[in-house]
Design a binder for this molecule. Structure first.
Ligand SMILES: [Zn+2]
Length: 111
């Protein structure tokens, strides 16, 4: 979805296979896409999440079992992206969630 100079994307993945293996694979894919786009001309902030939770209106909806944050600044197209890759669960199931918020161009590059 695109609005103004912002853009968002979201996907949830469930599988009967090895979810942790898929999670690691997606992390590698995300990083290689970022690196390919930047070509060394940018900044990447990578943070590992050990656990957490998602609260909506004060109510815990989901748990975060593990995850990554990537904050990316491209010095070529002046875009900034905020990417969250989480392994999430509720009482019944576990899934992979990938969300992207993007500014194009980013206010961070304006003076
Ligand atoms: Zn770029």
């Amino acid at each position: 979805m695109k609005t103004g100079n912002g853009c968002i994307g979201s996907i949830n993945l469930e599988t009967n296979g090895n979810l942790e293996k898929l999670f690691k694979h997606i992390k590698k894919l995300v990083l290689s896409e970022i690196n390919e786009h930047l070509g060394g001309k940018g900044e990447i902030i990578e943070a590992r999440v050990e656990k957490g939770e998602i609260r909506d209106m004060g109510v815990r909806e989901f748990r975060i079992l593990q995850g990554y944050f990537f904050e990316v600044y491209c010095f070529k197209c002046f875009r900034s992206s905020f990417i969250r890759l989480f392994l999430e669960s509720d009482e019944r199931k576990t899934w992979i969630s990938l969300d992207i918020d993007e500014w194009n161009p980013s206010p961070w590059f304006e003076e």
